[in-house]
Design a protein around this ligand. Structure first.
Ligand code: ARG
Length: 354
């Protein structure tokens, strides 16, 4: 039995069993799959298989604290999109549907398993530039920004330039597409009490749409399958805007708060971080953009663990990712171990195309 057939069988069995289909139905679907693999070296999944597979892949994502909502994933089947232009239109549709004017909808768009690759790490992300005067923008995007520039893109050399979409089909040179402004929802960060906060001129985009990972279902790999949920506040407030190798806002916030930054024991970093995170949550909420704080997310994850238990499945997890970077010990996750075994279907890292 080929590797693919074995994977397909494991997948079809657990899928069909989960939705209560008979052994006869399993058998007949497997015969069809076997026939296709013998003839073509691969098989075509049904929309139902892809829809269930993408949801199960979320359920199996060990690093994700937001898995309670796995069943609500919206799945778009765009496997028949061929040209870069078609794929670009499908990505714009994804952005618009997922953004939904702030009421964010968890969404995945699945492209052909062959010959499509999106070079972006996320569909919406800020550029980063290395200049003589230091780094401008998101340091995490420096390499990719350079790639875009080498492909002919011109950024504004500002802190929050939205990168273009970079789409490759077959072995062709990738094509660049700008995302029209009206598709991109952003939230200016301000603070409920600290009025100077908005003068820091910091903002973040509403929807994190991971586009660099591959989706694996039943022995089939989808290298282009961008997916999104909504943000947990700490991703922005305790990492993207805070890490000293990212936007590094903690020292300037502490300065503005009048904290003693000469003494570690003044806890200036911790106090500044808390206000930055409060500002992120306040701003998203005031603008009506979906976001979850880490305490609520941990409670939701607890519900997920309970529901999985009830369904007779064990929950796998990566503790180092599941604990929030702010006050981890206030969540139940901190106080127990997780089994980091990788089940399929799942989302996996894949080699960068550049
Ligand atoms: N941590 C990444 C970021 O800050 C996003 C990862 C996915 N996050 C999510 N809430 N679905 O951009």
């Amino acid at each position: 039995m080929t590797g693919m057939l074995k994977e397909a069988e494991d997948f079809i069995r657990s899928y069909y069993n989960e939705i209560g289909r008979s052994e006869l139905e399993i058998h007949s679907r497997l015969l069809e799959i076997e026939r296709q693999i013998k003839k073509n070296g691969s098989y075509e999944q049904t929309i139902d298989e892809i829809t269930y597979g993408a949801k199960a892949a979320w359920r199996n994502s060990n690093k994700c604290i937001g898995r309670l909502f796995w069943q609500s994933l919206n799945v778009f089947d765009k496997r028949y999109m061929q040209t870069e232009e078609e794929i670009y239109q499908a990505l714009l549709e994804h952005i618009q549907f997922a953004t939904n004017e702030g009421r964010i909808r968890p969404t995945i768009t699945v492209f052909s398993p062959h010959d499509v690759r999106i070079w972006n790490h996320q569909l919406i992300r800020y550029a980063g530039y290395k200049t003589e005067k230091g780094i401008i923008g998101d340091p995490d995007s420096i390499a990719f920004t350079k790639v875009c520039q080498d492909l002919g893109w011109k950024g504004n050399n500002e802190h929050f330039d939205i990168l273009p979409l970079v789409i490759q089909t077959k072995n062709n040179q990738p094509k660049l597409f700008e995302i029209p402004k009206e598709y991109i929802l952003e939230v200016p960060i301000r603070h409920q009490e600290l009025k100077w906060f908005e003068e820091l001129n910091v903002k973040w985009y509403a929807v994190p749409i991971i586009s660099s990972m591959k989706l694996e279902i039943g022995g089939i790999t989808y290298p282009a399958a961008p997916f999104n949920g909504w943000y947990m506040g700490t991703e922005i407030g305790a990492r993207n805007l805070a890490d000293d190798n990212r936007y590094n806002m903690v020292p300037i916030i502490a300065e503005n708060m009048g904290l003693n930054t000469k003494s570690n024991a003044s806890l200036w970093k911790d106090r500044a971080l808390v206000e930055l995170n409060a500002a992120v949550l306040f701003s998203f909420k005031e603008d009506g953009v979906s976001i979850v704080d880490h305490h609520t997310a941990a409670q939701q994850f607890k519900r997920f663990e309970e529901k999985e238990g009830e369904a007779g499945r064990d929950v796998t997890g990566n503790w180092t990712w599941l604990i929030p970077p702010l006050s981890p010990g206030t969540t139940h996750i901190f106080h127990k171990p997780y089994n980091n075994e990788k089940k399929t279907p799942n989302y996996f890292y894949q080699p960068s195309p550049y």
